[in-house]
Design a protein around this ligand. Structure first.
Ligand code: G1P
Length: 277
C-alpha cells in the first residue's frame, strides 16, 4: 500500500494575477472547495493518508486550510452551518499533513526532491493540484487506478492523455511500447517538445507514482528544459535503467492552471457534482 503523497505547491500562479497576489492559486475555489482539496481527497481515497506539501513563500493559507480553525468552529456552532465544514474536518481528523519549503524555484524535479524527508524511502504519489481529475460515478479515482497498477507492477507510473499535436509543448510527452490497452512501457520521454520533435501526442498529466530511487536520480539530473530540474528527465533515466509505465487513465482532466480550464472545471463541478450533492 502506498501511504504517502506529495503536493508540489510552490508555484506562483502568475496566470491568475491579480487573484493570486495575496492568495495561493491552490486555494482558489472550484465552486465551494479549494482546488487543492480535490487533489487531497483523491489521494486519500487511494489510501495515501500522509500528505506532504512542498510549499513556498506566500503559501501559508494552505497550512491553515488543513488545520482546525477554533475561532470559526466556535462561531458557527449551533448556527446550522456546521455541515459546511464537515468534509474538511473529516480530512483533517483522519490524515496527516506535513509541510516543507522549496526555497528556490528550480523545477518540478527539484520540488519533488525537496519533499524527500516528508515521504522517506517509500513509494509515493505525486499530485499536481492544477490538474483536477474527475471520474464517472462509481469509478475509481485516478490515483486509485494508479495505486492498483503499482501493486501489480511495482515501478514508477505516470498518467497520460492524448492531446492535440500542436499542444505537446505544454507537457512532458512519452513514447512507449503498448503492453495492453491503455498501458505503455516508456521508451522515450521529452519535456515540452515542439510538435515537430514530439515522440507522440501522449502527454503526462499531474499524477505520478514514483519509487524512492527517483531521489538519487534527481540529485544526479542536470537542469533541462528552461534551466529547471525536470522530473521527466529523471524518469527517463529510471526508464532506461529499469521500467516506467505510462497509463492512459479513465476519467476527465481539467487544466486548472489556465483560466479556460479553470472555468470549464468550475462549470463541470457545479453541474455534475455540486448540484447533485
Ligand atoms: C509539469 C511537468 C510536465 C507535465 C505537466 C502536467 O509541467 O513538467 O511534464 O506534463 O506538469 O501538468 P508544468 O505544467 O508544471 O509546467
Amino acid at each position: 500500500m502506498i501511504k504517502n503523497c506529495l503536493f508540489p505547491v510552490a508555484g506562483y500562479g502568475t496566470r491568475f494575477l491579480p487573484a493570486t497576489k495575496a492568495m495561493p492559486k491552490e486555494i482558489l475555489p472550484v465552486v465551494n472547495k479549494p482546488l487543492v482539496q480535490y487533489g487531497v481527497e483523491e489521494a486519500v481515497a487511494a489510501g495515501m493518508h500522509n500528505i506532504g506539501f512542498v510549499t513556498g513563500r506566500g503559501k501559508r493559507a494552505i497550512e491553515d486550510h488543513f488545520d482546525i480553525s477554533y475561532e470559526l468552529e466556535h462561531q458557527i456552532q449551533g448556527s446550522g452551518k456546521e455541515d459546511l465544514l464537515t468534509s474538511i474536518r473529516h480530512l483533517i481528523e483522519n490524515n496527516q499533513f506535513s509541510f516543507t519549503r522549496q526555497r528556490e524555484m528550480k523545477g518540478l524535479g527539484h520540488a519533488i526532491l525537496t519533499g524527500r524527508n516528508l515521504v522517506g524511502e517509500n513509494p509515493f504519489g505525486v499530485v499536481l493540484a492544477d490538474d483536477l481529475c474527475v471520474v464517472d460515478p462509481g469509478e475509481d479515482e485516478v490515483m486509485t487506478q494508479m495505486a492498483k497498477l503499482y501493486n501489480q507492477f511495482r515501478c514508477s507510473i505516470v498518467a497520460i492523455q492524448e492531446v492535440p499535436p500542436e499542444e505537446t509543448n505544454k507537457y512532458g510527452v512519452i513514447a512507449g511500447e503498448c503492453m495492453k490497452e491503455g498501458l505503455y512501457r516508456i521508451t522515450d520521454m521529452v519535456e515540452k517538445p515542439d510538435p515537430k520533435d514530439a515522440p507522440s501526442n501522449l502527454a503526462i498529466i499531474g499524477r505520478y507514482i514514483l519509487t524512492p530511487d527517483i531521489f538519487d536520480i534527481i540529485e544526479n539530473t542536470p537542469p533541462g528544459k528552461n534551466g529547471e530540474v525536470q522530473i521527466t528527465d529523471a524518469l527517463m533515466t529510471q526508464a532506461r535503467n529499469g521500467c516506467v509505465l505510462a497509463y492512459k487513465f479513465k476519467g476527465k482532466r481539467f487544466d486548472c492552471g489556465s483560466i479556460d480550464g479553470f472555468v470549464e472545471a468550475t462549470n463541470h463541478v457545479y453541474e455534475n457534482i455540486y448540484k447533485k450533492s
